[in-house]
Structure formats: structure tokens, C-alpha cells
Design a protein around this ligand. Structure first.
Ligand SMILES: [Fe+2]
Length: 414
């Protein structure tokens, strides 16, 4: 057995944990010196007009603040503009900032990227050199390697989904023809602190909770099934799958159920740790090209593909276990056993039957309850399918899929 395990954030978890933010900033300052600026990166306007944001502002009273709102997925332009404004506010002196990203995955990724680029912008602008764009550092897009410098970054999720509060990458998107959805990634970009306060998700609309929750579950299942999953990742995924199983349907039934929101927040956090350490499978391989070209929310794409992809993997693994085609027989049997264990865990929490059939049955119930719109609702048509399938890439699906199989997956959710 040989594996590595990435650094995790310091975690403050539980209802009311948001109140720890001022103390965390003060503790950091006692070690590293004062922050001359606190940068708040939030999502859409709804959170900023709510009582929790007022609480944050009150807790940070007396501090110099700079606020940015990132209503959609962060674009390179958004990140570059915010970084330039922060650098200008800090000026030519020795000023330092802390960045706090509060919101769904998009706002937290935006904050993570801003925190990562601020030190670079300060160094370059203070030396009189041009400041690079975040795009220069994106995987598969830019030509520069991330240096791993970052401002102090605290991630505060208000939805239970992407788990980006526990990961070392930020997804930056340019949507439309020629669009992309690519990662800014470095071990150092893992947030210094994650404040996971399930009370923040109480106002999250049902449709958002459904889609982002299925994203978290997809991440748990895909990381669990990844050939790169270590025993620690497997243990975390089993715990996360159990929490999801007992929380998802209760959360959809009653968005004010704090215990269900807590279970979902826990599952999402674990999904972030798991994906950072084990990678993801065929659903996320397709989610990148679909999300880059069409305005379909990431959680919707994942939630739609989750069931068909699990069924396809299970069918192909069963075949491989018989024939040894495409995958070694023992590896296929081990992967099938994991799907079965996931089914067993869900059976124990949601009343579904055991094993692979139980897993597919439970996923069907989750997807039915989520009632997600199909991909055609976001403008995806049959003509787009071959190029989307051709752009799908992952090394960590339990077994390799061909372009025709990726096409069949997208066609099944059009
Ligand atoms: Fe995801």
C-alpha cells in the first residue's frame, strides 16, 4: 500500500461556526502580522441582502473591506478585474490581505483564484512589470505554471455541493463557442480554513440544493470507484455516502431541516477531500466540456449523468469480470464489490435494497426527487454530442470508456 494524502484546510464545522471568522483572522494575524484589507467574494445578490451577510459585516466591523460579487461561474475577466482592484487598494507598500469566499462553488472558486493571483499581481506591479492574467495559469489553456503563492484564504460554503472548500483547484470558465472550463491548480491553493456552517444553506432554493447535492454524491461515488482511491479516501467516501443517503431526500422535503443540511454539508466537504486525492470518473469527464460550452449548471449535468454512468460502468465491469476484456478480472470484481457496498450503505440509510441493483435503485429515487431539467433545456442538441464526447477525458473511471460510450451517456440525458 502506498499513497499520498493532500493537505486539508483547518475546518470549523457546524451550525453557528460562521461566528469563528473574526477569531480565525485574528489568530492568523497574531502569527503573520495584520491584514490591511479583507476581501469578501460572494455569489449573487440574494445572499448579500440576507441576514447572514449582515452578520459577517458586523463581525468584521472596523476592518477595511473590499467586496466583489460573482453571480455566475468565475470568468478570467472577473478574476483579473478583482485582482487588479485588490492590488490597487493595497498599493505600493507592504500591505497584505485576507480573502474570504462565501457562496456556492462558483463564489468560492472565484475567491480561491483571487487569493492565488493577488501575491503575483502585487509582486509584478510593485516591480513595474505587467501583471499576468489568471488565464495564463489555467490547465490546458495557459502556458505558465502556478507558483503556489496565495493570500490567506477562507472558504465558506452556502450550498452543499462542489466541495471546493476542501480542494486545491478553482474552476474558471469562459462559456460559449470556444469556451472552456479549466482548473487553476496547486497544492497551496487548498483553503487555509473552511468554515462549514449548515445554517448558511437554510435559504438555498430546492432546485439548487438538489443539483449541488447530486454533484457531491457523484463526487463521492466517482472518487470511491477511482482506481486511485486510497483506504483513507474509501473510508471518507463511505462516511460521506452514508451522510448523503440519510440527508438528501429529507433536505428536499424540508429545506429548513438543519440536521439534513448538516449531513449534506458534511457529505459535500468529504467529497472535496476525496476528489482532490483520488480524481473523478466519466460523469465529471463529460461535465467539463458540457459546462464549458453550454450554460448548464455543473450539478445539473452531474445529477443527470450519475444514473446512466453508474449503470454503464456496472454493466461493463460485470462483462469484464466474466471476460477480462478492458480490465483485469480481479480489478473488475473489486470495483463491482465497491458499487455493491455503496448500495448497501444507501440501503441502510434510505431503505433501498442492497448491492449494485440497490445502488441504481437509490440513485433513481434521488434523481426522480431532484426532477432536474434535461440538457436540451440548455441548448445541447444531437449535433453537439460527438464533439462533447470527444472532449471527455479521465484516467480515474473504474474502466476506460470509448467515444461511442460517452456519446450514449449524453444522448440518454438530452
Ligand atoms: Fe463536481
Amino acid at each position: 500500500m502506498r499513497f499520498t494524502f493532500a493537505r486539508e484546510p483547518r475546518l470549523e464545522f457546524g451550525p453557528g461556526s460562521l461566528a469563528s471568522l473574526p477569531r480565525i483572522l485574528a489568530e492568523r494575524e497574531s502569527v503573520e502580522g495584520p491584514f490591511s484589507l479583507v476581501v469578501l467574494v460572494t455569489g449573487g445578490a440574494s445572499f448579500r441582502s440576507g441576514p447572514k451577510y449582515a452578520e459577517i459585516l458586523a463581525a468584521l466591523a472596523g476592518r477595511r473591506l473590499l467586496e466583489f460579487s460573482c453571480p455566475g461561474e468565475p470568468s478570467p475577466d472577473f478574476v483579473d478585474r478583482a485582482v487588479a482592484a485588490v492590488a490597487a487598494a493595497l498599493g505600493a507598500g507592504e500591505g497584505r490581505c485576507a480573502v474570504v469566499g462565501i457562496g456556492g462553488g462558483s463564489a468560492m472558486d472565484a475567491g480561491k483564484a483571487v487569493a492565488a493571483l493577488v501575491p503575483v499581481a502585487l509582486r509584478e506591479s510593485r516591480a513595474g512589470r505587467p501583471v499576468p492574467s489568471v488565464q495564463d495559469y489555467l490547465e490546458g489553456v495557459g502556458t505558465k505554471e502556478p507558483e503556489g503563492l496565495t493570500a490567506f484564504y477562507a472558504a465558506v460554503p452556502t450550498t452543499a455541493g462542489t466541495g471546493t472548500e476542501a480542494t486545491k483547484n478553482a474552476v474558471i470558465s469562459r462559456v460559449g463557442p470556444g469556451g472552456f472550463k479549466k482548473s487553476l491548480r496547486h497544492d497551496a491553493y487548498c483553503p487555509a480554513v473552511a468554515i462549514v456552517d449548515p445554517e448558511l444553506a437554510l435559504g438555498c432554493p430546492r432546485s439548487v440544493g438538489a443539483a449541488s447535492g447530486l454533484d457531491a454524491f457523484t463526487q463521492l461515488l466517482e472518487a470511491y470507484l477511482s482506481p486511485a482511491a486510497s483506504p483513507i479516501v474509501e473510508a471518507l467516501c463511505e462516511s460521506g455516502i452514508a451522510a448523503f443517503g440519510r440527508s438528501f431526500l429529507p433536505m428536499l422535503a424540508d429545506g429548513s431541516d438543519l440536521e439534513a443540511r448538516s449531513g449534506m454539508a458534511y457529505a459535500a466537504y468529504l467529497s472535496g477531500i476525496a476528489l482532490a486525492n483520488a480524481g473523478l470518473g466519466s460523469v465529471h469527464a463529460l461535465a467539463s466540456p458540457v459546462g464549458g460550452r453550454f450554460p448548464a449548471p455543473h450539478g445539473v449535468v452531474c445529477g443527470l449523468l450519475l444514473g446512466p454512468a453508474a449503470r454503464l460502468n456496472i454493466d461493463l465491469l460485470a462483462e469484464a469480470a466474466r471476460t477480462g476484456d478492458r480490465l483485469d478480472r480481479r480489478a473488475a470484481e473489486a470495483a463491482l464489490a465497491k458499487y455493491g457496498r455503496a448500495g448497501g450503505i444507501l440501503g441502510g440509510t434510505s431503505g433501498a435494497s442492497d448491492g449494485c441493483d440497490g445502488l441504481l435503485e437509490a440513485v433513481g429515487r434521488f434523481e426522480a426527487a431532484a426532477a432536474l431539467p434535461r440538457l436540451a433545456a440548455y441548448g445541447v442538441s444531437r449535433e453537439d454530442v460527438p464533439s462533447l464526447a470527444a472532449a471527455a477525458a479521465t484516467k480515474t473511471n473504474p474502466l476506460p470508456l470509448g467515444a461511442a460510450e460517452y456519446e450514449s451517456l449524453i444522448l440518454s440525458v438530452l
